[in-house]
Every structure is written in structure tokens, then in C-alpha cells.
Design a protein around this ligand. Structure first.
Ligand code: MSP
Length: 635
């Protein structure tokens, strides 16, 4: 059977691993197990760390360490995180590995040879956080992606002729409709490429912390040219390239769907077969970010509920490809309803009944034909959903089978059959339950491997569940007479409140540990913030230039606020019930200037206006008794 090579993004080491990184890596691990089940051999999963660039250099400096020491430390954190969660990583590739540098240089040389690289110079705005030139920005403008201030840079760069690939890319997307998944993301990429592609700079001279371009000091490779190559360097010389799947978050799709194919074509190398861009995991419906302090880490969840509970929750709750919400409450609820009461209950009940009534031996098959048919349909449908990486749908289907079997057991009432001595019907009932349990266990294995393996062993199998193939999922493969193990609960019920408290306590401790690692001096009490945290909030004095009602939203006003920048800020504020638009013009207000921009009712809001919010009453804008100049910072 053929190989299957898949990758996660190579994570930046300017942040320690959190649940966002975990989400992608868990999904990749589930896909890996699924592909093995489908018979691919070998199945190789690459992840790693993206360790070069200014952002990392600055994070290292902030932590008081050399870039190499710092990246060693944080890269190790990622490696350990995947170990703690039991993820089957085959290659962990660091971009600071000398083997990787060779592959990057080779890719560059090939692009030079084919005539797709030239030298040019650039003056403009650069976003250090996104490692991206912002062509349209002027000095003082924020980055359109992340809202952080851009910096003006002038440098000589090597450029890659991306513009030469526009038509070829569009034709490729057209001819390979499965290349970018899901469909909505594919459409976004096509629309982007149709707008026209500019050449991209692939080297930097202003940065030291990067892979040097051979014989071209002081040029180092642009981090994305460096990072994308990791997918190849991780399996260099193994005959595994091209990758069958790059699994990524939606925010980095452009690099993968536009730059990467063009680099590979220029170098005359094969393209990856598929890109799947999943959505964002939000926390209480808000984007998780370090600056908001609303990030969650995986280890405390694993310690409280187990890695499988987290895996199941993430893949069941969120439709893969769309944004989804993380909440501790929903996690525990799902654990109790689906794992403890659903699968766990079916397993313990079935095994206990076989112990009580059949001396611990699987009774004679082939079981009930109606349930056998339900199971066949469920297997086909779940495998089909898995194939499309629609985990939530696959799991939903598997759980309908669990419910059908539960109902079947209750209706058959094997305890009554035992009393009345109807041994044939009793055997049929229990074989049906056990065979359905076998099939369910195998089907959930990619998602909850540790628990599935426990149930598998309790069903009396000596061969590891890892070795199961989809062909073994046919009804009736469970051998009569197989001796089962004593049943022991796999998913003990959790008390919601206690469990949430436990996870939150663990999270607070893990946060402090990670912050210390990153060089921050954390506040002694995790509910306190340090002055460094406060300084991050850029509060400015502004003057309202115009204020208008927002159509269809009676609480909102759309303001233009001058904070001393070349252009006033567009701000949408929920103050319409308290202030008439005309009363605001000329008034001095306080705004949060470095909030990531967001769209409200189709209007861009580039900041937030500060007001006292009164319980049940109207907001009151912060203002000053003395005169203050526009643009003054509050600190
Ligand atoms: N270093 C680049 C990737 C280079 S790949 C050649 C990078 N690194 S990152 O550390 O920022 O990781 C981004 C990836 O982490 C996302 O694409 C996604 O896979 C995962 N996620 C990080 N936060 C996430 C959420 N809140 N939700 C979902 N996935 C998230 O970009």
C-alpha cells in the first residue's frame, strides 16, 4: 500500500504551546491513525518549530536569553506537549537544524537557476508580528491583519517572481478542485489570486537571526521561505515527498496555497496533494490571544479528564473547517453525556452482561440482522465523513449506532431472557451488543485511541487496536468463544463544578509556569496583572470628528476619532442610547488604540472607546477636566 505523508504547521517559538496548536496537532494525529486504518503504509506525521525571524529574536531578548538557548527551550516545550498528550509524531523538525538549512538553500538555488529570483530594494512598512510587508500601509499605519503598529524598513532583498505564477495557479486550482479544502477557503484563495500577485521578497538584510543565504551576506532567508521548506527537510532523502496533506489554520492558507506551490514549481519540485485549512478555536466566542490573556493550555485538561476527553471534545464539538468555541463547561458536559453515559455505559453494560450470563465468553453469532444492517450503514457513513475530515459528523454517526444498540438492549431485556431461560435469544442479544461495541471501538480509535484500546483489551483482543484495518469492520468478525476481560470503567462520570475548578486551577499554574519560561516576571497572584501587562494597552486621547447612526443597530454609533495619526480612526461604539451624534462632535474621548481591528455591521472598528458602564444604565464616556492634547497617551 502507498505511503501517506501529512504535516501540521511548524509552530513559532515566540509563544509556548496552547490549545490552538494542540487542536491542529490532535487533528493531525487522528488523521494519521485513520490513514493507517485505511491501510496506508507508512503513515508519517511531521510537526516542528519555526524558530527564525525578528519576532523570535525579540522574544528571546525579552526572556534574557540568546536566540539559540531560547529556541532550544521553547521547541522542547512543544515536543514535550505532544509527548504528554500521547501524539504519534514521527518527525519533529526544527528550522534551526543544519539539515534543514541545506534544504532551504537548495530550494533557493533551484529557484535562482530557473530565473525566478532577482535582487531589488524595498522601502515600506513591515509587520514584525506577522513577518509580513504591508505594501499598502503608510508610516504609522497599523498592520491590517493584526492591528499592531508597522515599522518602516528599507532594504535590499532577493525577490521571487510570484507574479509569473498567477495564471498557472488559477488553472491549477481549477484542474484540482480538491487541492484546497474546505470549499469556502478555496474560493477565498482564488479571489485573492485573481486580484493580481506581486513579487515577494524572500530574503532580509535587517535581521540576523535567520538562515544565511550562501555567499550573499548579510542576507538571511525570509522566515516563510525557510518555514515552508521544513515540510521537505523533515523527510529529506526518504522518498516521502510530496506531502499528501498539509493541515493548517485558516490564517496561513495564503502562504500554503499561493507562495508554496509557486516556490515548488520554480524549483521544479512536486506540489503537496492537499491543503486543509481549519477554523479558529475561540474562547468564549473571542479570538484567543496572548495579549487578551484568554488562552487555554492542554496539559491541565489532560491531567483532569484525560487526553481522550480533550480530543473527543475538540473533534466532536467543532465542525472541522469552521470556527468553534472552547468552553470548560461544554467540555465536561460532552464528556459526561457522550463518553461516560454513551460509549462508557455501553461498554460496561455489555461486558457485565456477558460475564453474568455467558461465563465471560462471547456468545454465538451472527447477532440481530437489523442492528447488523444499522451498523453497516453507520460504518460506511462514518468512514465517508472521516475521509472528508468531517470528524464531528463521523462521531455523530457513530453515536447514533451507540444509541440504537442501547435501545436494542433495553427492548430485548437480556436480564428477563436469562430468567426465562431463552438462551438462544439471550446469546443473539449479547453477541449483537458485543459486536456493535467492537465496531464502535474501532471506529472511534482515531479520535480516542487510549480509551478505545482499553475497551478493545476488555473485549478480549490480544492484537493491538492499532493494527485494525477498515476491512475488519464488517459485521460478524467478532469470534464466538473469545474470552473477555473483567470490565472496568473507562470514563468515570465527572462532577461538572469540581472538574471545571480543577482544570481552571491547573490552567492558572500552567500559565505561570509558561510565563516564567518566556522570561516574564509574573504577578505573584495570577488574578493580578503586572505593569508590563498594563503597558500593553495603548490608551489615547482622541477628538471625535464625526458621529453617525448605524443603520439597523439602534445602540451603535459610527465615529471618526482623531488620535493624532494621519487619518482618523473609524470606531463603532455602543453608546447611541446615551449620546446624540451631534453632541459628540468636537468632544475629547479616550480610546484603546491597539485593539485588533474588527468588523461590526460591516463597518471596521479600529479601536474601542472607553466608558463607565453602569449596571442597567447608559454608558458614560471617560473625559478630562483639564485640556489635553489629541494623541496623548494614558499611563
Ligand atoms: N510558523 C507559522 C507556520 C509556518 S508553517 C510552514 C505559524 N506558527 S504559529 O505558531 O502561529 O501557529 C499557527 C497555527 O497554530 C495555526 O495555523 C493553527 O494550526 C494553530 N493555531 C494557533 N492558534 C489557534 C487557534 N486559536 N485556533 C485554531 N488553530 C490555532 O503560523
Amino acid at each position: 500500500m502507498s505511503k501517506y505523508y501529512l504535516t501540521t504547521p511548524i509552530y513559532y517559538v515566540n509563544a509556548a504551546p496552547h490549545i490552538g496548536h494542540t487542536y491542529t496537532t490532535i487533528a493531525a494525529d487522528a488523521i494519521k491513525r485513520l490513514k493507517r486504518m485505511q491501510g496506508f503504509e507508512p503513515v508519517i506525521l511531521t510537526t516542528g518549530t519555526d524558530e527564525h525571524g525578528q519576532k523570535i529574536e525579540r522574544a528571546a531578548a525579552a526572556a534574557g536569553r540568546s536566540p539559540q538557548k531560547f529556541t532550544d527551550l521553547i521547541s522542547q516545550e512543544f515536543r514535550k506537549q505532544w509527548e504528554v498528550l500521547g501524539l504519534q509524531i514521527d518527525r519533529f523538525q526544527r528550522t534551526t537544524d543544519p539539515k534543514h538549512a541545506k534544504v532551504v538553500q537548495d530550494l533557493f538555488d533551484r529557484c535562482v537557476k530557473s530565473g525566478y529570483v532577482y535582487k531589488g530594494s524595498y522601502t515600506g512598512q513591515y509587520c514584525v508580528f506577522d513577518e509580513l510587508y504591508v505594501n499598502e500601509a503608510k508610516p504609522g499605519d497599523p498592520c491590517p491583519d493584526c492591528g499592531r503598529p508597522t515599522e518602516t524598513v528599507t532594504e535590499e532583498n532577493f525577490y521571487f517572481k510570484l507574479s509569473a505564477f498567477q495564471e498557472r495557479l488559477l488553472k491549477f486550482y481549477e484542474d484540482n478542485p480538491e487541492f484546497i479544502r474546505p470549499e469556502s477557503r478555496r474560493n477565498e484563495v482564488i479571489a485573492f489570486v485573481k486580484q493580481g500577485l506581486k513579487d515577494v521578497s524572500i530574503s532580509r538584510t535587517t535581521i540576523k537571526w535567520g538562515i544565511p543565504v550562501a555567499n550573499e551576506a548579510p542576507h538571511v532567508f525570509y522566515v516563510w521561505f525557510d518555514a515552508l521548506s521544513t515540510y521537505m527537510s523533515a523527510v529529506e532523502g526518504e522518498g516521502l515527498w510530496p506531502a499528501d496533506l498539509h493541515l493548517i489554520g485558516k490564517e496561513i492558507l495564503r502562504f500554503h496555497a499561493v507562495y508554496w506551490p509557486a516556490f515548488l514549481w520554480a524549483a521544479d519540485l512536486p506540489l503537496p496533494r492537499k491543503l486543509f485549512a481549519h477554523g479558529w478555536l475561540l474562547f468564549e466566542n473571542d479570538k484567543m490571544s496572548k495579549s487578551k490573556g484568554n488562552m487555554v493550555r492542554a496539559t491541565p485538561i489532560k491531567e483532569a479528564l484525560g487526553a481522550d476527553a480533550l480530543r473527543y471534545y475538540l473533534l466532536r464539538e467543532v465542525v472541522f473547517g469552521q470556527d468553534g468555541n472552547f468552553s470548560y463547561d461544554a467540555l465536561v458536559q460532552r464528556y459526561n453525556s457522550d463518553l461516560a453515559n454513551g460509549l462508557g455505559n455501553l461498554a460496561s453494560r455489555t461486558l457485565a452482561l456477558i460475564h453474568q450470563n455467558c461465563g465471560g465468553l462471547i456468545p454465538n453469532g451472527p447477532g440481530d440482522p437489523a442492528i447488523a444492517q444499522t451498523a453497516r450503514i453507520a460504518v460506511d457513513s462514518a468512514l465517508d465523513s472521516y475521509e472528508w475530515l468531517n470528524f464531528s459528523k463521523a462521531l455523530e454517526t457513530i453515536w447514533t449506532l451507540i444509541s440504537a444498540v442501547d435501545k436494542f438492549i433495553v427492548e430485548r431485556a437480556p436480564w428477563n431472557l436469562a430468567k426465562s431461560g431463552d438462551t438462544a435469544r439471550l446469546a443473539e442479544t449479547l453477541y449483537t451488543a458485543a459486536e456493535a461495541l467492537r465496531i464502535v471501538t474501532a471506529l472511534v480509535f482515531p479520535v480516542i485511541p487510549e480509551s478505545a484500546a482499553k475497551i478493545w483489551a476488555q473485549l478480549g483482543f490480544r492484537t493491538p487496536l492499532d493494527a485494525i484495518r477498515t476491512a475488519n469492520l464488517d459485521w460478524g468478525k467478532l469470534a464466538s468463544g473469545q474470552e473477555i476481560e473483567p470490565a472496568s470503567g473507562v470514563f468515570p462520570r465527572a462532577d461538572v463544578k469540581t472538574m471545571i475548578e480543577k482544570m481552571k486551577e491547573g490552567e492558572a499554574a500552567e500559565l505561570v509556569r509558561q510565563q516564567t519560561l518566556m522570561g516574564a516576571k509574573p504577578a505573584a497572584d495570577p488574578s493580578h496583572i503586572t505593569i508590563d501587562d498594563f503597558i500593553k494597552v495603548d490608551l489615547r486621547v482622541g477628538e471625535v470628528k464625526s458621529a453617525n447612526a448605524v443603520k439597523g443597530a439602534d445602540k451603535l454609533l459610527h465615529l471618526q476619532v482623531d488620535i493624532g495619526e494621519p487619518l482618523p480612526r473609524s470606531i463603532v461604539a455602543g453608546i447611541a442610547l446615551a449620546y446624540k451624534p451631534e453632541a459628540l462632535v468636537g468632544r475629547k474621548v479616550v480610546i484603546v488604540a491597539n485593539l485588533a481591528p474588527r468588523k461590526l455591521r460591516g463597518l471596521e472598528s479600529q479601536g474601542m472607546i472607553v466608558a463607565a458602564s453602569l449596571e442597567g444604565g447608559n454608558p458614560v464616556l471617560a473625559s478630562f477636566l483639564e485640556d489635553v492634547p489629541i494623541g496623548a497617551r494614558l499611563k
